[in-house]
Design a protein around this ligand. Sequence first.
Ligand code: AGP
Length: 634
Amino acid sequence: MCGIVGVIGSREAAPLLLEGLRQLEYRGYDSSGLATINTQEDSSCGHLTCKRVKGKLGNLNALVEKEGSPGHLGIGHTRWATHGKPEECNAHPHRDVSGEVAVVQNGIIENHRSLRQALEKEGVEFSSETDTEVVPHLIARELKLLSKDGRQASGAMLLEAMHRVSPNLRGSYAIALIWAQTPDALVVAKRQAPLVIGLGEGEFLCASDTPALAGFTRTILPMEDGEIALLTPLGIELYDEKYKRQKRSPALLSGVEHVVDKRNFRHFMLKEIHEQSETAELWIARHLPTGLPLELPVALPFQDSFYEGIDQIQILACGTSRHAGLVGAYLLEQFAGIPTTVFYASEFRYAPPPLAPNTLTIGVTQSGETADTLAALAMEDARRQTCNDLKFISRQLGITNRPESSLSRQVSNILDIGAGLEIGVVATKTFLGQLLAFYGLTLAFAARHKRRSYEEINTLSDELKALPNQLREIIKQHDAISESLAHKFSETQDVIFLGRGINYPIALEGALKLKEISYIHAEGYPAGEMKHGPIALLDTKVPVISIAMPGVVFDKVLSNAQEAKARDAELIGIAPIGSETEIFDTLFPMPKVSEWISPLLSVIPMQLLSYHIAAHRGLDVDQPRNLAKSVTVE
Ligand code: AGP
């Protein structure tokens, strides 16, 4: 939620900030702003310029181009509104009353109300509704106290002010702040929100995420919780919570795709849907290479001991990642025979089940930054750590597309889904990557726990190897069908998605995709559940999209579809061509694959149909309203 960026060096800051923000726009895009400090020739003090706009980053670009924002030091922000509407007055940076201190923040200051009341009692006038605005006022107050003690304005003084303010801030935050009186100092602070420092040539940067740094440097220093740092043209000083100087070697950004490029596609989302055959190809090359022994046809990502002694699995995730977890749970239970439960991470945090022994906890998050998922994992780890019984020992695994994220710093076992950068705010190829990660785990557990015969395990592995070609074909075919069908949805207000068994989570995912980008109300149901209530909604205006893949529930799903047809609903089928599937008004033809692997294919028409419906309505598919790519607030 929100992206922050900061730079200090020898070049003009504003263009660098704008480029950094462009890479972070996926984190929020309802308003943006930047502040720079320009050194005055006749004094050591600088002049602070602040530009803020409502709406997309393009508006800020235009304003800065018109009015300029000089200086070699600056901070920038792209916002996803939490406290206060997306208006210019609530856009960051926020300043103190004198206008000399400017702050950008990502996260939530949970105790902002009490801090605000105290400051107001002291006579401070606020100019926004945000939680962030308390920070520049608190910093300004500390700076005043420090100068009363005889301290001269300096980067060290600004750093100390931040150090004094930090313990008073509750919640999660990544902060960057500048002060007109110190044109050679950028101070940053991090607690439970991502912040990475970049070491460039002749400049130092900070950003919420690495793509904002990748255009300038590949040398990075991810900050740890509680740390604060002073960035000057000469270097970086890093301190921990106790204000003890830290020495840590920087890391190199891995060689994964860091370039934001739409190629010839109209939207990133469409490009990313098309990239899924490649995602599968790469995954197969890594996890199902040829030449593996028959008794273990999957390359194990972890040592044997990781799989030993696991009696049950719990999966914590949000949104689309939770849907991947639901498919994963079906596979782990039904194929590998391990009892598996899936939780909304946000619910688990406050109502965890009683501790179960020998449990593996899996956190699924493409961004690796989702606050609810990270907090649920941390909470579960903490309650298991305090248990003396070895049976309750904490074993955790994170499944993510961002191996350099906060998740990876929190959880020791990481499965990198390697789907490449996903720019569209809604998850498509990362969902497929998460599903594949669960197929890999299922094969590994089934083989290690000897719950399936070699033959069954090898059959599943072989079916997965056929996936890239099948994906390529149906993406092409379903893209065309979806495009021609989209106009039928121009007046649609409600859609029902039905699926059963392993494809029930795909019905949920189909409904979520449609809601997210087309703003059409949609619900996913287990097909057999429709007659218990939702059927009352059906008429000619409510299309029903039914996933009927061959397998144990094939006939059942077709009967449920018939029930919808009898209520005049327009029926769209995700099913193989055949006499039984002639009941559908429109058919997205599917290959006759085994039920086990069917979700990897049935999700494609869900994504493409949502995409074309939204694009046909002229909506901003890649940056849908109110959403953000990583939800770093609770
Ligand atoms: C996906 O299209 C959504 N934007 C959203 O539900 C997302 O899956 C959820 O916020 C979890 O994100 P994560 O995978 O980064 O944890």
